[in-house]
Design a protein around this ligand. Sequence first.
Ligand code: R5P
Length: 285
Amino acid sequence: MKVICTEKSQILATRLARAQKTTVVDVKYSRFPDGESYLVAGELDDETVIVSSVVDNDAFVQLLLLIDACEGSDLRLVIPYMGYARQDRKIRQGEPLSARAVAQAISRGVSECITVNIHEPDVLRFFGAPARNISLAKDIGTYISTLNLKNPLILAPDEGALAFAGQVASVGGWEFDHLEKTRLNGEQVSMTPKVLSVESHPVVIVDDIISTGGTIATSAGMLYSQGATDVYASCVHGVLTGGAYVRLMEAGIRDIICSDTIERGCSKVSAAGQISDALKTRKKR
Ligand code: R5P
């Protein structure tokens, strides 16, 4: 078995190849003068694992080309971060169901798909091949343990992320809760934990994605005013768009912890171990 990847998933692909005691196939990427993508893959094996986060439209096109270039090999596809997965329902007439469009396009020609903390697990049914999701909650919890925080509280920014916060918290036996938004007036909202008090506690806010950082930056300010000693931000997928890193640091976040599903300077947790374990079994139709 060999690993192959698109350009923006090189680090995770290399870590995975090492965990699997195999190599990463060399791929030459280029563009035509009109901007169209082109690639040439090196020698493949009978079994190939593609590692490709759909971080942007270019990565999506590269993935489609790579799947086609790997024709003839038994292909398993690992999508560490699946862009468009948040567009998982149609709200207005005429809208696409983008998560379905992407899932169907990238699963053509592959025998199995593995996602990592996909935003909405229901999206797995859109793949044209058997698909399953793995979680880095325990890996994030393990990293948080190395911070040696005294009685940290693990907080989800909303109720939807509470189960994830609970899995992270179970690693250290820490207390966990979710934030509740209360509208004070037309402009102002307050964010407080539903049950716990953060006074004199360090807090780690955990979520699947940090995108603009707006949710966590707003929460951090509120938590400091409620007496939290330190506020950390952690997520699986550090999308960190439009100056999010700066916004979070300016809001007083002590550190940002994310994984290498998207390769960032703050990628402190690797998905390679979990993916490697997942590859030991196969999901059948
Ligand atoms: C949304 O449902 C996700 O779980 C995250 O809470 C969201 O993407 C965070 O967005 P932002 O960083 O832009 O506040």
